[in-house]
Design a binder for this molecule. Structure first.
Ligand code: BES
Ligand code: ZN
Length: 456
């Protein structure tokens, strides 16, 4: 391992230059105009796998964006790792709030700023470089590995369940490794053992066939903007509890043991609040902030659109109102069941004065695992080597839809070892990755692939 680590140390600057080229490709899966860039990014990823010394590298088509596959299976008898990540990124708007252009990666104060730096290209690249270091230095890997890097994670991985079901042989493995989440805090590496799920919807209301003069018609018809506000207001009570009947039926309550563990984590609520710029934190009564984010479901409004929003005033009754809403789910809530409960309640609370259309968008199942297993212990040792500190165990509030699919379809456990930070600005302007964490992450990943060879 010493030689491999030396190799990683010597190549530190080259990795950053290569990562800049990766981050220059605007692989935004949500925007059709970037379809060509998404494919170019898949090809770039495949080239990086080939360059690292992986074999059987190819793009595998799906009904959506291609999956990038590459393997190295030259360690008979050793475990096989399935490394999963994504090469697609989120849109960059509002682009004027970026300090430097989102697709011209820029280093400031030891952090690299670009869309995808943390989520997830930087973290994917870390593993490619760890494998490259082993192969360049020793000509082999301690374990077998399959890279499985998708291009639709940021749009809900809609084609991936089917893909996993129909490519079980290509994905056969003993353990899944993923780096697509933040660590607990700067200097506090972590292993994540739970993710929330998601159910996302668009609500459209129509009041009249076109906008109306609010003097001539105001008072005679319902205003869809107002009706929308009234509907949304009925989704949660003032204590933050969601009012959809049956919504909490399948929520697994937090155990006292888990609550006690989380209380020991070095979480500073005042610092958290200040960093977010929030005047006061808010969440469901009876739960701490970490509990609310990691273990409780939510109902959120992601966007609202209606009526006149330009400068000045315009006396108008909008014809339509639209909201994007989503619910984060926790074990054992199922997105399909939640969708039915939500739609039934929405139909119930929506008055007959407007026409209602609900569109189901993407979703994902929540995931949680026992973490006292040999793979997690191996990851713990590797992280300690890379970061000089043993990891803490945390859950996260975000979602990675395919993780529960790996568990259900392949029966394979996942180890989530992310090196982002809570202030990484994922999905927001000025997304960044700490280059110290990137570098230590490459070393930890290289150790991980050595430690997984000797699990017991
Ligand atoms: N990297 C995130 C997932 C994540 C975020 C894990 C925060 C842990 C903490 C991933 O790229 C992501 O953004 N997922 C989407 C999934 C959705 C589109 C189904 C999410 O969570 O919104
Ligand atoms: Zn993301």
């Amino acid at each position: 391992m010493d030689q491999t680590v030396d190799f990683i140390n010597v190549n530190r600057d080259r990795y950053v230059e290569e990562l800049k080229a990766y981050l220059a490709i605007p692989s935004i899966s949500a925007l059709p105009e970037h379809a060509g860039d998404v494919r170019r990014c898949a090809e770039w990823t495949a080239e990086a796998l080939r360059g690292a010394g992986l074999q059987n590298v190819r793009l595998i088509e799906t009904p959506g964006n291609p999956v990038v596959y590459g393997d190295w299976l030259g360690a008979p008898g050793a475990p096989t790792v399935l490394f999963y990540g994504h090469y697609d990124v989120q849109p960059v708007d509002p682009v004027e709030l970026w300090t430097s252009p989102p697709f011209e990666a820029t280093v400031r104060d030891g952090e690299i700023y670009a869309r995808g730096a943390a989520d997830d290209k930087g973290q994917v690249f870390m593993h490619i470089k760890a494998v490259e270091a082993h192969l360049k230095q020793t000509g082999k890997l301690p374990i077998n590995i399959r890279f499985f890097i998708e291009g639709e994670e940021e749009v809900g991985s809609v084609h991936l369940d089917e893909f996993v079901r129909t490519h079980k042989a290509d994905l056969a493995a003993d353990v899944v490794v993923i780096s697509d989440s933040p660590m607990f805090d700067r200097g506090i590496p972590s292993i994540c053992y739970g993710l929330r799920g998601l159910a996302y919807f668009q609500i459209d209301l129509r009041g009249t066939k076109s906008d109306l003069h609010s003097g001539s018609f105001g008072g005679a018809v319902a205003n869809p903007a107002f009706v929308l506000a009234q509907i949304l207001n009925q989704m949660k009570d003032r204590s933050g509890r969601i009012r959809i009947p049956g919504f909490y039926d399948d929520v697994r309550e937090l155990s006292e043991a888990e609550r006690a563990e989380w209380k020991k984590l070095p979480f500073n609520e005042t610092r958290y609040r200040k960093e977010l710029g929030a005047p006061k934190l808010f969440g469901e009564t009876g739960y701490s902030t970490l509990e609310r984010v990691w273990a409780r479901p939510t109902f959120e409004v992601n966007g609202l659109l209606s009526g006149f929003t330009g400068d000045g005033a315009k006396t108008v009754l909008p014809a339509t109102a639209m909201a994007k809403v989503s619910m984060r789910l926790v074990p054992d809530q199922q997105p399909e069941k939640i969708a039915e409960l939500f739609e039934a309640y929405l139909n119930d609370v929506c008055p007959k004065t407007v026409e209602l259309t609900v569109t189901r968008m993407h979703g994902g199942k929540p995931w949680m695992t026992e973490f006292d297993n040999k793979f997690v212990r191996a990851a713990g040792r590797a992280i300690e080597r890379g970061f000089g500190k043993a990891p803490v165990f945390n859950r996260e509030g975000g979602s990675i839809p395919v993780v529960s699919t790996f568990q259900e379809e392949l029966g394979v456990p996942s180890v989530l070892f992310g090196v982002g930070l809570p202030d990484e600005n994922a999905h927001a302007p000025d997304e960044k990755l700490d280059l110290g964490n990137f570098h230590n992450g490459i070393i930890a990943a290289a150790y991980l692939y050595a430690e997984l060879a000797v699990v017991e």
